[in-house]
Structures are given as structure tokens and as C-alpha cells.
Design a protein around this ligand. Structure first.
Ligand SMILES: Cc1ncc(C[n+]2csc(CCOP(=O)(O)OP(=O)(O)O)c2C)c(N)n1
Length: 582
């Protein structure tokens, strides 16, 4: 049945038909027609008002990563739309399905430097999987249908729909939402070529020292059971990237941890010495490969990926397979011969014994940030979702949290976006009411989107944020310490123009005040604020936070110059790791 509807009504009806139950955003002049329809459809879509459009984009991202569904965000034209871009780019680099809707000035004004006009199709061309400017209301239903289809299929990613106000306020007499798409230029190849899959099976049979390199694609295609089956059948060790943590049981004897710059020694040695890498849904990011010329020098490389553009982009691949990870593994598993454990497995378990040691707080009076993460992992319910900010906090979370299920971790891997964690956690909480959601944060990153504690309180999203306050932009400080002769240029968050950096020069502790006072800030947002600087009180502080029925901000005052180890210096081969006293 066709209906006369406004552009804004079409949009909301289409969103409902696409299964959208929550969306995130911020209003403005040209999107009032859309907000008016949202107002009348409160019972169909929950709209969460962020306090900054960047927050809304990360919320949609957190919603999408934790559920596998498409996250939706909405902003007005001009500054509202440009504020979304960091969130869109974050989603793009991590293959997160998202539809971003931006208002645009009236069609007749486009190109005239109208008030709040920004060319969003131009601006987002390189950070979206696809984008649209809707120039005719008759194409709106098709565009929305295509946008959702493109966002969630193939290698997922963000799609932007730029909607001029005359289109959202205009009318279409014969609206009907299409039930299928027909795009000649876009047909993701989900079925890997059987001949190529055979070659992967043969490579397994020939290899003495294989490694499976699992990436975020395992999560996106829901291929974790198949991954386990393949690894166990062939007794192949598995390394999982930052975006794939949780896809393989962490306590499994074949699991060797995360590879790359802050990866485990076992994973980096294994990748360097192996004779076969079977990469599944991973993209040989430079944080994983280090010096590409010295990466896996003896290995044959098989690469299973749904995105043909990812193949041989960074590392030359011997056996490319373009296809969906789950389908490809289902075809591959019966083809591979079962293998017994061999000397390679023995070598792997020796490395693991040597390097996999739990972190010790020791007897010192200063809290070690790594230990806080370990305690969070032990004390949070096993089905807790975890978001992180970016920097040392993120790497310690990756290293010391025990990952228990595939969609557990929300972290900005590709773009490394500070300010991601809190809004992403709120999006996760909105999608998963009743579950525990925590954000592991640095004191620098959290200040980039701390305004979203207002959203947390108002929208009743009881996210618990745990700030590891080292008073520094720690990860940058670590690089300055190790590679720039300890010149801490603009990384101390207590530094003032007149302090003369006396603490660095004399070693005397700094008595300057840290701002903000996170406990007071939390309270200003009506969240519970807690502070802990005593190692003996870590557990009780975490328990108090988890027991509170509302958003909480916990500040742990931690060791100031703790470092993330192991560390592969930028551009070095991954087996040349710096080790230190963490
Ligand atoms: C938006 C943004 N700006 C700058 C950076 C560069 N950067 C990476 S880590 C980092 C320091 C993060 O400091 P903090 O949040 O305090 O975390 P820590 O490393 O101390 O755990 C910076 C500035 C970034 N990743 N993102």
C-alpha cells in the first residue's frame, strides 16, 4: 500500500522497518522536521540526545559493535555534521556498520555558502563506505534501503545520508519502502573460490609451523565457532588482533594473544618464525606488522577477507581468498587434514610458560595501572562489556583484561580516537540494558567527551568509568621517554607556564593541582564520584562502583611513569621488542 508522507516521516518509517530501536544525535535548524516526527514516534524509536555530535557517532558505534546491528546517528547541517566526522572515521577504520544522517541546507541554497552549509558528501568521501546527497524525495526510500544494505553487508562500514531540509519537509504521494536492493556496482563476494580454499588446506598440510592470524572479520561474520574448530583440528596456534580479542577462548592452549606493537612475545615470535600465516578477516595493520620487510620472513601467507581491496595491500599474499570468514571456514574445515601436536606446539607452550605471567602489584604504595585492569577483569561479571579510551589505558586493557566473549571489547583500533570510550560505552548500555558496561579510561582521553556523563545520568545509562589517572598523556609520554630523551613536551597535564618543569629536572614530586577534580566533576553531572590511591582499597572501590545503580566515575591515582611493555619501536621488526619493568 502506498501512502502520502513527508521526507522526515519516510525516514523514520524506514528506520523502523530496518529494525532501528535506538538512535543517537543532536538537533538543529534543518533537522527540526525530522525531530518533529521523532517526537511523535517516541514509542517506536528511542532517541538519545548526546551532548556533542561526536558523542552521538561513538554511541551509534558502541551500539553497533556490541550488537552487530547498524548504529544510527543524526545531526544538523554544518557544525553538527562536521562534529560527526571523527566518529564516522572511527567506524570506517574499524569496519563498523553505521548510518549517519545529516541535515543539509535547502537544495536551492547548496553551493551558496548558506548558513551552516558544509559539503558533507565531499568531506566524508574518504571516511565512508558510501555517501548520498538526496536531491529528490522520490529517491529517498531507495537510498535509505541501500544505505542500510551497504553498511551491514560485505566489509561493514559507515554510510552517510545528507538530507536537504526541503526534502525532509517535502511530500511524496506514493511512498512505499522497497523490500530489496538492486545495485549493479555493489555485490559483495561472500563465497570464497573453492580452488583457493583448497590451496589453503594444502598449505596447512605442508606447513610445520602454522599460525592463524584472526582479525575483526571473525567477529563481524560470527565465525568464532569455526575458528575454534579449525584451530583445534589442525592444532594451530591463534593470535587475535585488538579488534578480535574475545573471538578465541583466552585460556585455550592454542591461544597466543595479541600480535604487534604491544602484543605478546609469544605471538610476535610465532609470527616471525612461522612457515604459514592463515589470516582471517585481518588487514596486516602497521601496528601488527612492524617493519613489513622483516615480517614473517619464511611464511607462506593465505589471506581470507571479504574485502578484495585488503588483499596484498600491505603484505604480498600467496593464497588470496575473497569471501566471508564464516562461509569460507565452513568450506575449509572439512578439507583440512587433522594434525597432531608437533614440536611447534611445544615451542609455543614453552614461550607461553616463559612470558604469560600475571601482573603483580608488589608491595609498593602506589597503584599500578595494570593491576587495576586485572582486578576489574576479576571483579566485573563475566558478561561485562568493556569500552576503552586510547593510549596506555587501552593497551593495558587489551593485555590484562581476560576477554570472555566476541563482542565484549569496544575500542578504537584503526583511528585510535581519544574520547571514544565513554560515548561508545553509553551506546553499548543503550543496546544492552541490564548488562554491566565499563569504560577503562586515561585522564587525558576522558576529558575529550566527558560531557556525555550528562547523557549517562539523564538517559539512565549506568556506565562505570574507571580512570587510570597518571597525570600524563601517558602513551605519548612513554614515546618521549623512550625515544626523545625524556623531553615531555606538552604531555604533562599539570604543567603550567611558570612551573619550569622542576619535577623533571630535580626529580622532586610536583605539588601542583590536577584539574579537573574528577570526583567533583562526576558529582556535577549527578554521577557517583570515587577516588582511590591506596592499592589495598582497589577491590572495595571497584565493588562499590559496580554495586551503584547509576553512572559512576572512579579515579584511580596510579603510577605516573608506568610503561606499556612489551613494545616494538615504530618501524622495527616485531621480534625486536623492548621489555621493561612495566
Ligand atoms: C583525538 C586524539 N588526539 C590525539 C591523539 C594522540 N594520542 C594517542 S595516545 C595519547 C595520550 C592519551 O592520554 P590518556 O588519555 O591520559 O591515556 P594514557 O596513555 O595516559 O593511558 C595521545 C595524545 C589521539 N590518539 N587521539
Amino acid at each position: 500500500m502506498t501512502k502520502r508522507m513527508s521526507g522526515a516521516e519516510i525516514l523514520i518509517d524506514a528506520l523502523v522497518q530496518e529494525g532501528v530501536d535506538v538512535m543517537f544525535g543532536y538537533p538543529g535548524g534543518v533537522v527540526i522536521p525530522i525531530f518533529d516526527v521523532l517526537y511523535k514516534n517516541e514509542d517506536r524509536i528511542r532517541f538519545i540526545l548526546s551532548r556533542h555530535e561526536q558523542g552521538a557517532a561513538h554511541m551509534a558505534d558502541g551500539y553497533a559493535r556490541s550488537t552487530g546491528k547498524v548504529g544510527v546517528c543524526l545531526a544538523t547541517s554544518g557544525p553538527g555534521a562536521t562534529n560527526l566526522t571523527t566518529g564516522i572515521a572511527t567506524a570506517y577504520l574499524d569496519s563498523v556498520p553505521m548510518v549517519a544522517i545529516t541535515g543539509q541546507v535547502r537544495s536551492s541554497l547548496i553551493g551558496s555558502d548558506a548558513f551552516q552549509e558544509a559539503d558533507m558528501v565531499g568531506i566524508t568521501r574518504s571516511i565512508t563506505k558510501h555517501n548520498y546527497l538526496v536531491d529528490d524525495i522520490r529517491s529517498l526510500p531507495r537510498i535509505i534501503k541501500e544505505a542500510f544494505y551497504i553498511a551491514r553487508t560485505g566489509r561493514p562500514g559507515p554510510v552517510l545520508i545528507d538530507l536537504p531540509v526541503d526534502v525532509s519537509a517535502g511530500f511524496l504521494d506514493d511512498y512505499v519502502y522497497p523490500d530489496s536492493v538492486d545495485m549493479r556496482g555493489y555485490k559483495p563476494n561472500v563465497q570464497g573460490h573453492s580452488k583457493q580454499i583448497h590451496k589453503v588446506a594444502e598449505a596447512f598440510a605442508e606447513a610445520q609451523k602454522p599460525v592463524i592470524y584472526a582479525g575483526g572479520g571473525i567477529k563481524l561474520s560470527g565465525a568464532w565457532d569455526e575458528l575454534l574448530e579449525l584451530a583445534e583440528k589442525t592444532n594451530t596456534p591463534v593470535t587475535a588482533t585488538l579488534l578480535a580479542l574475545g573471538v578465541f577462548p583466552q585460556d585455550h592452549e592454542l591461544f597466543i594473544g595479541m600480535p604487534g606493537m604491544h602484543g605478546t612475545q609469544t605471538a610476535n615470535f610465532a609470527l616471525t618464525e612461522c612457515d604459514l600465516i592463515v589470516s582471517i578477516g585481518a588487514r596486516f595493520d602497521d601496528r601488527v606488522t612492524g617493519d613489513v620487510n622483516k615480517f614473517a620472513p619464511q611464511a607462506k601467507i593465505a589471506h581470507i577477507d571479504i574485502d578484495p581491496a585488503a588483499i596484498s595491500k600491505i603484505i604480498k599474499v600467496d593464497i588470496p581468498v575473497v569471501g566471508d570468514a564464516k562461509q569460507t571456514l565452513q568450506e575449509l574445515i572439512p578439507m583440512v587434514a587433522a594434525r597432531e601436536k608437533n614440536g611447534w606446539c611445544h615451542q609455543i607452550s614453552e614461550w607461553k610458560k616463559l612470558y604469560n605471567v600475571p601482573f603483580e602489584q608488589g608491595s609498593g604504595s602506589v597503584i599500578k595501572p595494570q593491576y587495576v585492569v586485572q582486578r576489574l577483569s576479576d571483579l566485573c561479571p563475566s558478561d561485562t562489556f568493556v569500552a576503552t579510551e586510547v593510549g596506555q589505558n587501552q593497551m593495558w586493557a587489551a593485555q590484562y583484561y581476560t576477554w570472555r566473549f566476541p563482542r565484549q571489547l569496544m575500542t578504537s583500533g584503526g583511528l585510535g580516537t581519544m574520547g571514544y570510550g565513554l560515548p561508545a560505552a553509553l551506546g553499548v548500555q543503550a543496546a544492552n540494558p541490564g548488562r554491566t558496561v565499563i569504560n577503562i579510561a586515561g585522564d587525558g582521553s576522558i576529558q575529550m567527551n566527558s560531557q556525555e556523563w550528562a547523557t549517562a545520568f539523564v538517559e539512565k545509562l549506568p556506565v562505570k568509568t574507571f580512570i587510570l589517572n597518571n597525570e600524563y598523556l601517558g602513551m605519548v609520554r612513554q614515546w618521549q621517554q623512550l625515544f626523545w630523551e625524556r623531553r615531555y613536551s606538552s604531555t604533562c597535564l599539570k604543567e603550567t607556564p611558570d612551573c619550569g618543569r622542576t619535577c623533571e629536572k630535580t626529580g622532586k614530586p610536583c605539588d601542583r593541582m590536577y584539574v579537573p577534580d574528577f570526583v567533583k566533576l562526576a558529582e556535577a553531572y549527578n554521577c557517583l564520584g570515587l577516588r582511590c590511591s591506596d592499592p589495598a582499597k582497589i577491590d572495595e572501590t571497584i565493588k562499590q562502583a559496580l554495586a551503584y545503580d547509576g553512572p559512576v566515575v572512579v579515579e584511580f591515582i596510579v603510577e605516573k611513569e608506568a610503561n606499556v611493555y612489551p613494545m616494538v619501536p615504530a618501524g622495527k621488526p616485531i621480534n625486536e621488542m623492548l621489555e621493561g619493568d612495566a
